[in-house]
Design a protein around this ligand. Sequence first.
Ligand SMILES: *Cc1c(COP(=O)(O)O)cnc(C)c1O
Ligand SMILES: [Zn+2]
Length: 419
Amino acid sequence: MTHLQLDEPVPGEADDGVWLTCIECGATFAPFEAVRYTCDDCDGLLEVRYADLPTFEDFDSEAPADGVWRYSAALPFEEGVSLPEGGTPLHEVPRLEDDIGVARLRVKHEGMNPTGSFKDRGMTVGVRVAEEVGVSRLACASTGNTSAALSAYGARAGLETLVLLPAGKVAAGKVAQASLHGARILEVDGNFDRCLDIVQDLADRGEAYLLNSLNPFRLEGQKTIGLEILERFEVDEGTYPDRIVLPVGNAGNTAALYKCFRELVQSGALDEDAVPKLTGVQAEQSAPMVEAIENGWDHVERWDHVETRATAIRIGNPVNAPKALPGIRETGGTAVAVSDEQITAAQRDLAEEGVGVEPASAASIAGLRKLREQGVVDADEQVVCLTTGHLLKDPDAAAEAGSEPEPVPDDTDAVLDRL
Ligand SMILES: *Cc1c(COP(=O)(O)O)cnc(C)c1O
Ligand SMILES: [Zn+2]
């Protein structure tokens, strides 16, 4: 697992032991002097690097906060614009565990964050960096949850927020959040990938600070999902999970979890052999990452036409693929595509355990079930599935997947007759 090593001298640009490194050419940059999302030299993705990497003990010392900022030793700041976020439950789902047939199944429900998705973990750090570099307008392209999170954190920080959404393709709850938190919402007559092209253009012209997961600081906050899973699972089970299964859209979370593991290996806190296998799940008609993994490519081919009812992962050009593909490969994981029917069935399965998620989130369970049936996942594995967003994000999908309300007369006997 050579990619799990991060040996690198502290470059001259390091600011308080933090700097940015291009993952393609290795160029290094000061972190907060200028607004920069990709490498000046080769346009490659940037990664935040630290002179000192923490071990688990560093998170226990009189942490000022729960959740994301408990892990400030692994982050570029001590605290941020917080609502607060993180500290989400790791649910037991015994019937589903039995039914799918793995030794242990836990569900990390990221829908329990303040705006109902894991995007809050990235925004608490990203908006803190926006304050540091001194920008006035925040912007993102979004399939919905990024815009909900950015609107809330932007409002909290008192900054202007602009969101670009693919017209007619965003779930109702998410638009409502962006709207009430006061974002300027522009609906683009195009898909998510086109929205992101446009926001990147705006950012390049200095018109807005980009807070999509192309922004390397977002991923720093999202690393804390991995830290919480490892810590909690170890307390409960005395070991680390063999595998983490997650839905993949722009592959930011996949990249963030991989970075989390690499940093722990580097600091000596985690054995290389104990790194969970990162396993990505996409919808069949939006699956460029699965295609790249199956073909052994080191890049993804952009899909121009994507479709799925899991609108949060309706993405044809996953921008973090260059970070996420090595993550899946180096940890011994894989990627799998599931149908919309399988996603809806998994959404119902989770709901029967009391866990309410939006469709994209259920893809993790659907993917695990498929891989178990195929024998790719073994019966003795201990698995954590990530559910990324809350049921109420997409009330229409939930109502369609659930049972119909039945009209009755306003009379007790008539109601009893029905039962
Ligand atoms: C953003 C999002 C995803 C995709 O996450 P990536 O990090 O872009 O792969 C999946 N599910 C939900 C609910 C999301 O909001
Ligand atoms: Zn470069």
